[in-house]
Design a protein. Structure first.
Length: 249
C-alpha cells in the first residue's frame, strides 16, 4: 500500500528553493530549514510493501539512550577527502582513456561547488550526537538531538514505503539492521543503517549522502555507546570548520 498525499505541493516548492540556500552564509537558519524540510517526509503515514531485501528480517532491541563515541566514529573531513580522491582517480582514468583515443561513458565529474554542497548536507544530517531509541510492537522511533526523528512502522516482514510529492521514504529491517532510505524529487538520497552489537553494547549508525551532481556518495560511520541522560554534564559537537567542541550543559 502506497500512501500518496496531493496536498503537499508547498513542501515540494520549498525543497526546490533549497538549491539557492545551499551556499548561504547564514548557517543556523539553513540548518533549521533543511532539518525541518526533511522531517516532513518522515512524518507521513506509511504502509508495508512486500519487496525483496538482502536478508530475512530479524529485529533486535536497540532501545535506550546513546551518545556518540568520537574515538571510534568517522571524521567527516576524512571521509570528504576520500570522496575527493575517488574523483581525482576517475578524472585521471578518463584523461588516460582520452589520450589513448578510447571513449568512455559516464556523467560529468563533480566540481568543488558540488563537493561543498555534499559536505554541508552531510554535516547537518550527521550532526546529532545523542540518540534516544524507542521501540514498540512494529514501530521504532529514533529521536535525534536537535533534529527530526527517524520513524519506521513495519511488522518486520516487509518494507514500509511512503510516497508524497516531496519524494519517497523506505524503511524496514534488513537482517538485524534497521534502515531508512529517503529519495527526494530533486535527487538527494540519504540512507541510514542502524545495527547493534550485543558484545560491546554499541550502536553503529552508517549514513550515506548522495546528491544528483556528485554521484560519489559520502559515507559516514558513527558509533554510539549507552549513557545515563541524568548524569551527562556536557555536550560535544563536531564541524568541518571548528572540529570537536565540548561545552557544559
Amino acid at each position: 500500500m502506497f500512501v500518496v498525499r496531493a496536498s503537499l505541493s508547498p513542501r515540494f516548492h520549498a525543497w526546490a528553493s533549497l538549491q539557492q540556500a545551499l551556499f548561504a552564509r547564514r548557517s543556523l537558519p539553513w540548518r533549521v530549514f533543511l532539518a525541518s524540510l526533511i522531517a516532513l517526509s518522515f512524518g507521513c503515514s506509511s504502509g508495508p510493501v512486500k519487496q525483496e531485501i538482502t536478508r530475512m528480517a530479524s529485529p533486535v532491541d536497540m532501545s535506550g539512550h546513546w551518545e556518540m563515541d568520537y574515538a571510534k566514529s568517522d571524521n567527516l573531513q576524512d571521509q570528504l577527502n576520500a570522496v575527493a580522491r575517488q574523483i581525482r582517480r576517475e578524472a585521471a582514468r578518463r584523461e588516460q582513456l582520452a589520450k589513448e583515443g578510447r571513449g568512455f561513458a559516464g556523467a560529468p565529474l563533480p566540481g568543488r561547488r558540488d563537493l561543498v554542497t555534499l559536505a554541508r548536507l552531510a554535516e547537518i544530517i550527521t550532526e546529532p550526537t545523542l540518540l534516544d531509541v524507542v521501540q514498540a510492537a512494529g514501530r521504532t522511533r529514533v529521536k535525534r538531538e536537535n533534529s527530526f526523528a527517524l520513524v519506521c512502522e513495519t511488522d518486520g516482514s516487509a518494507i514500509s514505503v511512503t510516497i508524497d510529492l516531496l519524494g519517497e521514504q523506505r524503511c524496514g529491517w534488513d537482517g538485524s539492521q534497521l534502515f531508512f532510505m529517503l529519495t527526494l524529487q530533486e535527487g538527494l538520497e540519504v540512507t541510514h543503517r542502524l545495527s547493534h552489537s550485543e558484545q560491546s553494547d554499541t550502536l553503529l549508525l552508517v549514513t550515506s549522502v548522495d546528491t544528483p551532481n556528485t554521484k560519489f556518495p559520502l559515507v559516514v560511520s558513527q558509533f554510539f555507546k549507552r549513557y545515563d541522560p541524568e548524569s551527562l554534564g556536557f555536550k560535544c559537537e563536531r564541524s568541518l570548520t571548528k572540529g570537536k567542541i565540548c561545552t557544559t550543559r
